[in-house]
Design a protein around this ligand. Structure first.
Ligand code: X8Z
Ligand code: ZN
Length: 356
C-alpha cells in the first residue's frame, strides 16, 4: 500500500515541521523515540489514525499509576512463569540481582541475565525504569533465567539454547501474552477499561511499532559486522556502510551529516561487546511461532493477538520440556518438540498482525 508509510512521515512532518522531517522522507532516525530507532512505539500517539480511537493504555502509565517499583515488575513477570508451573526464582536472585542503576559506581546498564554456577545462582542485571519498554525487557531477561535453569542439568557442552534465537525468544513470547485481559487479571486495568474489539487496531499498531522496525534492524547489525569481518566493508567506509544499511533496510537517516571521523555502530552495545545480533532476528520470528503454538495448546479460539496463555500448566510443561533439552539436540528437534514443526517461519507474525 503506497499510502501507509506516508502516515508516519506526514505525522512527523506536521509535528516537527518540514525543515526537520522532509515530507517525502526518508525518516529522521532521531524522531522515532529510541536511540537506535530500533523500536518506534513511542510515536504511537503521533501516528495512530483518528478512527482507532485512543486505547489509552500505555502500560508505563498504568504501572506508574499503580505505584509499581522495579522489584514489583520483576515479581509480576516471575508470576507469569510460576503460573505456568515453573518454580519461583531462588532467594539469592533477589539478593544478588541488580535491578536499578547504582548511585555510587559506573556499571554496564545494558540488560543481561546470568547463571553463575549452573546450579541455581540466577541473576539479572539492568538499570530499570518503570516503563512499558522495561516491563517487556524484564520478561525478556527472565526468559533467559528460566531457560538457563531448565537446561542446567545438561552436560557442559549442552548448556545453552537450541540455537541462539531460542534464548532471545522465550521471554518475548511470554510478554506477547500481556493482553488487556491479562492486565485486568493482575489488577493493572479495571475490567470496565478493557478495550472492545474495535480498539484492537490501536493495540496492534502499538505492537507493530514496537516489533516490526526491529525486523529490519536486527538484520542490518550483523550484515554490517560480517561485512567488516570479511573485508567487503573496509575501515575507511565503516560509518558510511552503516548508514547505507540503515537507509536501505530501515528507511532512516541521521539528523546531521556523519563522516568517517564518527563511529556510529559503536554506540550500539552489541558492537563493542561483540555480542552476535542475528539471534534477535531469529527471535522476532520464533517468539510469534512459540506464542501461536502456546495459544493452540491452551485451546485459544479467537484472534491470535488477544490470546494470553497465563496460568496454563499444559503450556508450561511442554515449554519446559523444550527448554530442558538445552542444546543437546539439533535445533529443529527442539522446535519440533514444542511446536510440532521443524522449520522456523514468519507465518505466525503475519497471522498475528493480519487484522492490522
Ligand atoms: O540486547 C537485548 C536484551 C539483552 S539480551 C536486552 N535486546 C536487543 C537490544 O536491546 O538491542 C533485546 C531486544 C534486542
Ligand atoms: Zn536477551
Amino acid at each position: 500500500d503506497q499510502h501507509r508509510p506516508r502516515l508516519a512521515l506526514a505525522a512527523l512532518s506536521r509535528r516537527y515541521g518540514e525543515a526537520v522531517q522532509a515530507p517525502r522522507g526518508p525518516l529522521r532516525a532521531d524522531l522515532l523515540g529510541n536511540m537506535w530507532a530500533q523500536q518506534w512505539d513511542s510515536i504511537y500517539d503521533l501516528v495512530a489514525p483518528q478512527d482507532v480511537g485512543d486505547i489509552g493504555h500505555d502500560l508505563g502509565e498504568l504501572l506508574r499509576a499503580a505505584n509499581y517499583d522495579p522489584a514489583r515488575i520483576v515479581e509480576t513477570a516471575e508470576g507469569f512463569f510460576t503460573s505456568l508451573g515453573f518454580a519461583p526464582l531462588p532467594q539469592t536472585f533477589w539478593k544478588r540481582s541488580m535491578l536499578t542503576r547504582p548511585r555510587d559506581r559506573d556499571v554496564v546498564c545494558h540488560a543481561s541475565a546470568w547463571d553463575l554456577d549452573n546450579r541455581d545462582d540466577l541473576r539479572i542485571k539492568m538499570c530499570m525504569r518503570v516503563s512499558a519498554t522495561d516491563f517487556v525487557t524484564v520478561h525478556h531477561e527472565l526468559g533467559h533465567s528460566f531457560y538457563q535453569r531448565a537446561y542446567s542439568r545438561q552436560p557442559y557442552l549442552y548448556l545453552g539454547s537450541a540455537n541462539d534465537g531460542f534464548h532471545e525468544a522465550i521471554g518475548d513470547m511470554v510478554a506477547l501474552s500481556v493482553t488487556p485481559d491479562y492486565l485486568v487479571h493482575v489488577g493493572l486495568l479495571d475490567a470496565g477499561q478493557i478495550p472492545d474489539a474495535s480498539r484492537d487496531i490501536g493495540l496492534l499498531l502499538r505492537q507493530a511499532l514496537e516489533k516490526v522496525p526491529g525486523m529490519a534492524w536486527t538484520v542490518l547489525v550483523d550484515k554490517w559486522r560480517w561485512g567488516v569481518f570479511d573485508g567487503s566493508i573496509p575501515p575507511e567506509a565503516y560509518n558510511r556502510a552503516w548508514h547505507d544499511l540503515r537507509l536501505v533496510y530501515m528507511g532512516v537517516v541521521p539528523p546531521v551529516a556523519r563522516g568517517e571521523e564518527d563511529f556510529d555502530p559503536g554506540a550500539k552495545y552489541h558492537i563493542p561487546a561483540s555480542t552476535p545480533y542475528a539471534r534477535y532476528f531469529l527471535a522476532r520470528m520464533l517468539q510469534f511461532q512459540f506464542y501461536q503454538r502456546a495459544c493452540e495448546i491452551a485451546g485459544w479460539k479467537g484472534p491470535l493477538h488477544r490470546c494470553s496463555f497465563y496460568g496454563n500448566r499444559d503450556v508450561g510443561a511442554r515449554l519446559e520440556a523444550m527448554l530442558a533439552m538445552g542444546r543437546s539436540r539439533p535445533w529443529p528437534d527442539a522446535l519440533e518438540a514444542f511446536t510440532g514443526t521443524r522449520e522456523m517461519s514468519a507465518r505466525a507474525v503475519l497471522d498475528y498482525f493480519a487484522p492490522l
